[in-house]
Write a protein of this length. Structure first.
Length: 147
């Protein structure tokens, strides 16, 4: 179940989505939980995606994404990162091992008390998504040939 949740979060974060600017059809418990956790959130947009409620918002000038289940419980929080925001070990490894690729997307997912990082790299022939749990190093999450 945890893998399904994480995959849904990763895929919805990696894809461009259309957002609803109102809260019609959003679980009241999710709305309440969000309001308590993110009192100072700005530009909040909600959408329903794969049996989850996704809130996209700005907090402290940074865009963030909060995911809630059908019971209104927060299951994950994600945010886009710059490479200098990575833990030093991950940043160094990313810069050293993947010099033939360019970084196109980088974000962190916080769920169940664990922070996981995802980096999308591209080169002339492939798009590779890397995953790092904490500071344990990068592993290949997904690799596809460019069309």
């Amino acid at each position: 179940m945890k893998k399904i949740i994480m995959m849904a979060i990763v895929l919805s974060t990696l894809t461009v989505s259309s957002f609803a600017n109102n809260v019609t059809g959003i679980n009241e418990k999710a709305l309440s939980s969000f309001s308590k956790s993110f009192r100072y959130a700005e530009n909040v947009r909600w959408e329903v995606k794969d049996n989850f409620y996704k809130a996209t918002f700005k907090s402290g000038g940074k865009e963030m994404f909060a995911y809630y289940n059908s019971d209104g419980d927060q299951v994950a929080l994600t945010r886009n990162l710059h490479s200098e925001q990575l833990p030093l070990t991950l940043s160094t490894e990313l810069a050293g091992k993947f010099q033939d690729s360019w970084l196109t997307e980088l974000f962190e997912v916080s769920a169940d008390g664990v922070t996981t990082y995802y980096a999308t790299l591209e080169n002339a022939t492939h798009i590779t998504i890397l995953k790092a749990d904490g500071t344990l190093g990068w592993t290949t999450f997904k690799k596809d040939k460019k069309k």
